[in-house]
Design a protein around this ligand. Structure first.
Ligand code: XIL
Length: 336
């Protein structure tokens, strides 16, 4: 429960969206298409009033679009694209190559490298072609680099590559996506990379090499799944964002949320501390010339993935009643 919620959002023309658009920025969140949200008109109302970009939480992932070898299902993604068009919003495509959300027909079988490569090729070509000219960008590859800054062996996709060629599957993913839709912007997306550290060094060096080799990649996404009291070094974030921007890459904050442990009461100081985390990251984005979009993973504390997968809760800008939290006000004031 939020103790000090003030006025509701409704009927207000001074929104995050209106302010972001004056600055030429994208502001948005992940959209969930489950019964709970489909039965909640306020959810969609809030999306279109407050935000101008949507990223699907599930429906464009591999297991949702390609649940068996010969079956493609784009219905969820199409719904989101329709909703976005109808309301003059953009859509970020998420995601083509990830170690999670891989359906059993891919994960459980022992394919040759060649067959696995053909599966990924077919997937990328089919999905990107279906959404051709309808998206702002694609998170082509998600979470492929480890804490140590090296390309990870986690999941099935790295098995496409032989030892010293590890990483070729990533390069090909970008080439295939570009062939299918030469106009869509292609991103690499990861978590734990907002500050300068081993992992962000690895991502930086890898993308730099891709660019040198002429692999089509245009942007980098920072997920920023963090907690309200973890130390965040603002200087380091700004420096880090700047070095990616200096490579000529677009930057998107793609999935920010700031969790609070379920046993910590949501008092004003705790919510202020949460807002401060948003201030540091969004402020760094605004200070970076090529930082173009700021998205949270969900829009209301009513529906957030962290409730299920962690012992944390209440990570977003709006509370479970869609009332603005201090974090909302901080983000809005930065858009002044
Ligand atoms: C999450 C969804 O929110 C969950 O509902 C699902 O169970 C797992 O995936 N990084 C990502 C997102 O790139 O796709 C993840 O989304 C959260 C972490």
């Amino acid at each position: 429960m939020i103790l000090f919620a003030t006025q509701a959002l409704g009927g207000n023309s001074d929104t995050l969206r209106s302010r972001a658009e004056k600055k030429g920025l994208f502001i948005g969140g992940a959209m969930r298409l489950y019964k709970e949200t489909l039965d909640d008109p306020k959810y969609f109302e809030t999306f279109k009033n407050e935000f101008n970009v949507i990223v699907p939480e599930h429906v464009m992932k591999f297991d949702a679009t390609h649940s068996s070898e010969k079956t493609y299902d784009f219905s969820g993604g199409d719904l989101i694209v329709d909703f976005a068009n109808h309301n003059s919003m953009k859509v970020r495509g998420h995601t083509l190559v990830w170690h999670e959300a891989v359906p059993p027909w891919v994960n459980q079988y022992k394919y040759s490298r060649r067959k696995l490569k053909a599966i990924l090729h077919d997937h990328i070509l089919s999905v990107v072609t279906h959404f051709k000219s309808k998206l702002l960008c694609w998170d082509v590859v998600n979470e492929a680099i480890g804490e140590d800054g090296k390309i990870s062996r986690e999941g099935i996709w790295p098995r496409i590559d032989k030892g010293k060629h590890l990483g070729d599957y990533i390069k090909n993913a970008y080439r295939w996506a570009h062939q299918a839709d030469p106009d869509v912007l292609l991103f690499y997306n990861d978590y734990g990379t907002e500050e300068i550290n081993k992992k962000s060094d690895g991502v930086y060096n890898f993308i730099k090499d891709l660019k040198k080799e002429g692999v089509p990649i245009h942007g980098v996404g920072f997920q920023v799944h963090i907690s309200y009291n973890e130390p965040l070094n603002e200087e380091s974030i700004r420096e880090n964002f700047k070095r990616f921007s200096d490579l000529g890459l677009l930057l998107h904050i793609t999935e920010m949320d700031v969790g609070i442990p379920k046993d910590v009461p949501l008092t004003p100081p705790v919510l202020e501390q949460q807002a401060e985390q948003y201030r540091k990251v969004f402020g760094a984005c605004l200070a970076t010339p090529l930082c173009q979009a700021f998205l949270t993973w969900g829009i209301t504390d009513k529906y957030t993935w962290i409730n299920q997968v962690t012992d944390m809760t209440a990570p977003l800008l709006l509370d479970e009643f869609y009332l603005p939290k201090p974090a909302y006000r901080v983000v809005k004031s930065l858009l002044d």
